[in-house]
Design a binder for this molecule. Structure first.
Ligand code: SF4
Length: 740
């Protein structure tokens, strides 16, 4: 942050410019926002370790939404005729609290659910989790990050004892000798990351990409493996099989730093390369070349992303690549290791501080008595009053409005009508609710179904922190105040908690804020942080501060001693450097850019192998549905598209959905370029123009998932979920394609 901007923020006057980060993906590119003399807000990239002065088109155009004509600046309440009409904040909040009170009385606490998002700041994610558990006292909270990195998170936890997307700084990619990307397409999803890959290749490093499509990233690779969707796990086991037979295993590392290898060795013995070639379509020669490039390199990195993870066997698929990395002795070595490319802007922080159904702040387990006691102490409640674990995102959404499911849902920062699997079913579940509340700054497709829509601030209008794909905590800085009529999410939570408290729905016990065990209290010189540790009145409004700096100070105490320990992270410290890597338990101690150098945070200090087997997709092709369907992203759109579809330049670059298919398949179906095609699965169909490309397998069709309506890819996707992570199988199902 420039000195001028920092000074301006602290004196309360609007800063002329703010050094901040892009609002979209987990790369969190550094940018400067500037108020121009002609009243515009200008975006300029800035040097930051992740983007090194680059931005993609989405970042360049991000400010366009701040004053967009579609911007919501007044609450909307559905009237008896079924129309959403402008309302006062009082009326909107009354409608919500009256509805919640009735549902609580009639159906109990768990009849109200909360759904968050991986784009919310750490402060909001933390406050939302606390709001659900303390103000609503419901066990039902989860978030759309469940559909992003949850499989990699679960695999990382069971192998390493910790889930941090990248356990090393992104700059390590530029120095590794061999880089294996599995189901990752950063050239389209986070283009500035490719600067690190370009560095790596310029130094003579080798890039290998595993992807069913010849993506923009795969085009830059030295070797492209193009497996049938759903066979990544078998490919990994074959690579380990080859590494074993060719003596590429780091036996010393395996003996000293891991456990459970024998079971994995026995498992992969059956993955003969020729068999895996038959299963996956990847030639034996390519499997062998990949294993040798990884196994003989002085350093190597294996990264997975959604292509490998968004499967009903996503956790096991990631485990197979973690097994490979461990057998080669990579994690904890210089410029080496396994990592996951997190997708959403705060996908990492969003899953650390209590939005997930089974977690409390600091990546604590909600069913761990010690974790409950610690967090309850910080929150000033009896641990026995904290609800237990809820259910994963899809299970939660699929239960809405059913006899045993929640009757009300509060949505913050998410658009499940477009982004959920089997989206038509989710849409009908939302329509069946007694009360749907959406806090957003635009009328998303989910907001269109709501009973109450609350207009909230955008990224350039509030301060906070985000945690990027490296586990680096960053400062988001406000350039201006929210427009009149708009409140921050933190203010909305405080308003709701206050009203619920007034109605005696959730009276707070008079426990001082300092109650409960904490390992470290904030020691920052900032008075806002100091106030967060002073005993205060036990009113609901005091329990839900609206100043993000105060919320962050409380988050630090709640996370202290947890896996994701932020106790030593202060805003001042973030501003004095290029962010702070967790874990950072001590304000005066070091942070942790690189994990696993000496030990893994498991009970034995060793990483754990997990034997995993290939299994078919939840839905196989058949005579009626003979083609594989897979989904993904395009460069100019982001997630459900509610924001980026409204940006003129992005709309011009990617105006509508499409269905990509191989020319041979198109010829067989009688489809020409631009023809509208219908893609039908057992769950629904999508219609979009055909885009012919020889870069996709002839047995597979692809559609991006950014569009609603007829082109909604998630009308087709399968809602089968991974049994461990709850990740839906977005990446493969069986479809029929025909000219519409
Ligand atoms: S969308 Fe991602 S890659 Fe693009 S500018 Fe924003 S943070 Fe950077």
């Amino acid at each position: 942050m420039t000195d001028g901007a920092r000074a301006a923020t602290r004196t309360g006057s609007p800063p002329r410019e703010a050094e901040t980060h892009c609002p979209y993906c987990a790369l969190q590119c550094g940018m400067v926002l500037r108020n121009t003399d002609d009243g515009r807000i200008e975006v300029q990239p800035r040097q930051f370790p992740t983007n090194r002065g680059g931005l993609c088109q989405k970042g360049w155009t991000a400010a366009e939404l701040l004053d967009h004509p579609d911007r919501l600046t007044t609450p909307l309440v559905r009237d008896p005729s079924g129309e959403l009409r402008p309302a006062s904040w009082n009326d909107a909040l009354d409608r919500i609290t009256d509805g919640l009170r009735t549902i609580h009385r009639t159906h109990g606490r768990d009849a109200v659910a909360v759904f968050g998002g991986g784009g919310l700041t750490n402060e909001k994610a933390y406050a939302l989790g606390k709001f659900a558990r303390v103000a609503l006292r419901t066990r039902h909270i989860d978030y759309n990050g469940r559909w992003c990195m949850s499989s990699a998170a679960a695999a990382g936890l069971r192998a390493f004892g910790v889930d941090r997307g990248l356990p090393f700084p992104l700059t390590d990619l530029g120095r590794t000798e061999t880089l294996l990307l599995v189901g990752a397409n950063p050239a389209e999803t986070m283009p500035p990351l490719m600067r690190h890959v370009a560095d790596q290749q310029a130094r003579g490093g080798r890039l290998i990409v595993v992807d069913p499509r010849l993506t923009a990233t795969a085009r830059q690779a030295d070797l492209h493996l193009q497996p049938l969707p759903g066979t990544d796990l078998a490919v990994a086991n074959a690579l380990l099989h080859i590494a074993l037979t060719e003596g590429l295993i780091d036996r010393e590392y395996v003996a000293a730093r891991t456990e459970g290898f024998d079971a994995v060795r026995r498992t992969v013995a059956g993955y003969w390369p020729a068999e895996v070639e038959r299963l996956s379509g990847v030639p034996v020669a390519d499997l062998e070349a990949t294993a040798r490039l990884l196994g003989t390199a002085g350093s190597a990195v294996i990264l997975t992303a959604r292509g490998a993870e968004q499967h009903a066997k996503g956790v096991d698929t990631v485990s197979a690549y973690v097994n490979l990395a461990l057998a080669l002795g990579l994690p904890g070595r210089p410029h080496s290791g396994y990592g996951c490319l997190t997708g959403q802007g705060n996908g990492q922080g969003g899953r650390e501080h209590g939005q997930k159904a089974d977690q409390l702040p600091g990546y604590r387990k909600i069913d761990d008595p010690a974790a409950r006691a610690h967090v309850a102490g910080v929150w000033g409640v009896d641990p026995a009053e904290l609800p237990g674990p809820g259910v994963p995102a899809y299970q939660l959404l699929d239960s809405l409005g059913t006899p045993d499911g929640p009757r009300a849902l509060l949505v913050f920062g998410s658009n499940p009508v477009v982004s959920a699997p089997r989206a038509a079913r989710v849409e009908s579940r939302l329509r069946g609710l007694d009360l749907l509340v959406v806090a957003d700054f635009l009328r998303s497709e989910t907001a269109e179904l709501a009973d109450v829509v609350l207009p909230v601030a955008q990224w350039a209008e509030e301060d906070g922190t985000m945690t990027n794909l490296e586990g680096r905590v960053l400062r988001r800085r406000a350039l201006r105040e929210p427009p009149p009529g708009v409140r921050t999410d933190l203010a909305v939570l405080a308003d709701l908690a206050d009203r619920l408290d007034d109605t005696a729905a959730a009276p707070f016990p008079a426990v001082p804020l300092t109650a409960g065990p904490t390992r470290t209290d904030p020691t920052g010189s900032d008075p806002a942080e100091a106030s967060a540790v002073s005993p205060g009145p036990a009113t609901a409004r005091d329990r839900f501060p609206t100043d993000p700096r105060v919320v962050f100070a409380e988050l630090r105490r709640a996370s202290a001693g947890g896996v994701a320990d932020y106790a030593g992270v202060t805003w001042d410290r973030i501003e004095a450097s290029d962010g702070v890597f967790w874990p950072c338990p001590d304000p005066d101690g070091p942070d942790t850019p690189r994990l696993f150098a000496d030990a893994f945070p498991t009970p034995t200090g060793r990483a754990r192998f997990h034997p995993v087997h290939h299994r078919p997709a939840a839905e196989e092709v058949c005579a009626d549905y003979p083609l594989h369907f897979t989904t993904g992203r395009v460069l100019a759109q982001y997630q459900s598209g509610a924001q980026t579809r409204r940006v003129a330049a992005l709309r011009r670059a990617a105006p509508h959905g499409f269905v990509e298919l191989h020319p041979d398949l198109a010829a067989r179906l009688g489809v020409a370029e631009g023809d509208e095609v219908r893609v039908a699965s057992r769950r629904g169909e999508l219609r979009a123009p055909a885009r012919l490309s020889p870069t996709i397998r002839p047995d597979t069709v692809f559609a991006p998932f950014h569009w609603p309506g007829a082109a909604r890819a998630n009308s087709v996707t399968n809602d089968a979920v991974d049994p461990v992570s709850g990740m839906p199988e977005f990446k493969i199902c069986a479809v029929r394609v025909e000219r519409a």
